[in-house]
Design a protein around this ligand. Structure first.
Ligand SMILES: [Zn+2]
Length: 239
């Protein structure tokens, strides 16, 4: 059933800007990370050491920092209270490594200080994860039964459920921008990055933020597609 959407030209026409932005953002992240990986940070700390120092300044010794596999797979796990850093970031002493590590430390600090948007995001994660796929299945089933009352209900419910994914992406943006803002400010304040090195860290973190912007635009445009395809927006054009 999902194949229907994948071969729908309308889907590609509507989603094209978001897809192109996502590809461009990925290239920017890789380029900025590679470039900043060549520049050692003034403090000469590894990403793991930098994250440890920033967490320490907030009294967050209880948060573990682990090495995890994968390229740029770095994240903070709010359930386990663990920072998982990729090998390049964990061991590297470059502006790229300390920048990404500090961004993840920024999420741990958001968590510890009760930053509102993060709480909201963590609350909606399980719903959005289920809703993302289920909403599409409901929508497709609804289209096949669209002549019936049940079909119309499924379409509306599927679209409403997909709205959760859009809400999740929108809440995610301030969470990500705030973590990067904290990271840059703390890196300089703690002498890990020199003030004149901050712009290079900014390039890496801004490129990463752009991937989240692309994901958000993608979700909004998918919602627009569902509304158009269902005929709820722009009249009935089901075919
Ligand atoms: Zn983040």
């Amino acid at each position: 059933m999902l194949a229907f959407i994948m071969f729908d030209p309308l889907y590609f026409i509507i989603l094209a800007p978001a897809m192109l932005l996502a590809i461009w953002a990925q290239m920017k992240v890789k380029g900025a990370f590679a470039r900043a990986s060549e520049i050692p940070a003034r403090g000469m700390l590894t990403g793991a050491e930098a994250a440890r120092r920033l967490l320490h300044s907030y009294g967050l010794q209880r948060i573990d920092i682990e090495q995890a596999n994968g390229f740029l797979s770095d994240h903070y796990d709010p359930k386990a209270k663990v920072l998982r850093l990729s090998p390049d970031v964990y061991n590297g002493r470059s502006l790229a490594s300390v920048g990404v590590a500090a961004h993840e430390a920024g999420h741990a600090i958001q968590d510890a200080t009760g930053y509102g948007p993060l709480k909201l995001r963590n609350g909606i994660v399980p719903l959005a994860a289920i809703g993302g796929n289920l909403s599409m299945i409901m929508f497709m089933a609804g289209l096949f039964l669209s002549a019936t009352f049940v079909g119309q209900g499924l379409i509306a419910a599927g679209i409403a459920l997909f709205g959760l994914t859009v809400v999740f992406q929108l809440i995610n943006l301030p969470v990500e921008f705030d973590a990067s803002r904290r990271a840059r400010q703390l890196l300089v304040a703690n002498g890990i990055v020199a003030p004149q090195e901050d712009a290079e860290v900014g390039r890496v973190l801004n490129a990463a933020a752009l991937t989240y912007v692309a994901a958000t635009i993608g979700a909004i445009l998918t919602l627009l597609y569902l509304l158009l395809r269902s005929g709820l927006l722009g009249g009935s054009n089901r075919n």
